[in-house]
Write a protein that binds this ligand. Structure first.
Ligand code: SF4
Length: 402
């Protein structure tokens, strides 16, 4: 049950008897409410590279990508996963292409999605050419690993003919033996030298639609490799910590590693690698970007950890609200606070907030008290209000653009 605020459960100042649909004035709407960088971080200067219609580098927003964990020849499962990733906000999707039947799958998959696709290829240059012909937007391939200058020339020609970019993906686990010998292991310096070698092979063929990744499972090794490479080239970087682990450990490692780099202005597109559903990679990537204020896409949920004063089930409510609002693209902050001690303060600062109270909870909209609800109605009221605010932002944004 929802009631306009007319109760003394909370002794906070503010207007009363506000309606369910109160969602702020148009003055509250951000100038570009869809996605803004308000971090103040000076990003490293890079050239711009295209993956389909997504620009990587320059002033483009740091894009979020993921990789399907289905077999690419299993078109139905792969397309289903692509659609889940798109729904989660994934902007670039990578597919493994280990054999010819995967290329056949690629052709079918291409018809089912407009999201830029990256074909992940190791060693076999023929698969790279076939993937280019199948309509992907980028090849992830290391030219130094395809065994011959002529083959590199053929792959580069295919990339040029089809307007593709190439990601050079250096991985600490598969560095060239002579570099391992020279550096005494997969050091950041060895990773950078490997990357420069691959870059040189593409530049020799006048190809510079290139982005680079330098991934290790060791967080600080990865960070150091990107820092070193940032001093040497102007190509954009694809960030990632490889084999980082489960949802919990991988999110922490990625947040630390990618967070350090992004806070230094390094990084143009990113993948959070997790041993989990790929949509979780997208969710975590956006949380990292939102934490640094590099992007503001989607709902930002603030929730108290709860304690002995808690009046509502913050844990369950937060999970439910996050899930039900995952489709929202507009930047909206939602606060879920357990009680009246710190709750109203945080909830008031959010776009939409709730603070638990005795028997009922207080809803805030744009800093104003906006009614009392029974515990059982909190989730539905929050979701309804956020969706209404998102719709208002969307319409306002369309007006600004027209
Ligand atoms: Fe505890 Fe209330 Fe703070 Fe939540 S808002 S942590 S319930 S004091």
């Amino acid at each position: 049950m929802f009631e306009p605020f007319n109760d003394s459960v909370f002794q906070t100042e503010g207007s009363e008897n506000l309606s369910l649909n109160m969602i702020g004035n148009s003055d509250d709407i951000p100038s570009n409410c869809l996605d803004v960088n308000s971090s103040g971080i000076n990003r490293r200067k890079t050239i711009e590279v295209n993956v389909g219609d997504v620009v990587i580098g320059g002033d483009a927003p740091i894009s979020v990508q993921s990789m399907c964990n289905t077999f690419t020849y299993d078109v139905k499962s792969t397309v289903n996963q692509i659609h889940s990733l798109e729904e989660a906000g994934c902007e670039i999707i990578r597919l493994a292409v280990p054999d010819e039947k995967s290329v056949v799958g690629l052709k079918e998959i291409r018809k089912e999605t407009k999201t830029p696709l990256v074909a992940d290829i190791h060693f076999d240059y023929r698969l790279a050419i076939m993937a280019a012909e199948a309509g992907v937007d980028c090849l992830r391939i290391n030219p130094g690993n395809i065994n011959g200058e002529d083959r590199v020339t053929e792959v580069v020609s295919a990339a040029k003919d089809h307007g593709l970019s190439i990601r050079i993906g250096v991985n600490a686990g598969s560095l060239e033996k002579h570099l391992l010998d020279r550096y005494g292991g997969a050091t950041p310096e060895a990773m950078v030298e490997s990357g420069l070698r691959h870059i040189g092979m593409l530049e020799k063929r006048n190809f510079n639609n290139t982005k680079i990744s330098l991934k290790a499972s060791d967080v600080m090794k990865t960070v150091q490799a990107y820092r070193l490479m940032a001093q040497k080239v102007e190509y954009p970087f694809h960030l990632g910590i490889t084999e980082s682990g489960s949802l919990a450990t991988g999110s922490v490692k990625s947040s630390v590693g990618l967070g350090l780099l992004l806070s230094e202005g390094i990084g143009d597109t990113m993948r959070v690698s997790l041993a989990a559903d790929p949509t979780e990679e997208v969710r975590v990537a956006y949380e990292i970007l939102k934490s640094l204020k590099l992007r503001s896409k989607g709902v930002n949920v603030i929730a108290c950890p709860s304690c002995g004063r808690v009046q509502i089930d913050v844990d369950k409510l937060t999970s439910e609200v996050e899930k039900e609002l995952s489709h929202i693209k507009e930047p909206i902050t939602v606060a879920v606070m357990g009680c009246e001690v710190n709750g109203p303060g945080e909830a008031r600062d959010a776009d939409i907030g709730v603070a638990g109270g005795h028997k009922r909870a207080l809803i805030f909209s744009k800093g104003e008290k906006d009614g009392l609800v029974d515990y059982s109605d909190i989730k539905n009221v929050l979701v309804e209000k956020v969706e209404a605010l998102a719709e208002k932002y969307k319409l306002e944004n369309q007006k600004q653009e027209s």
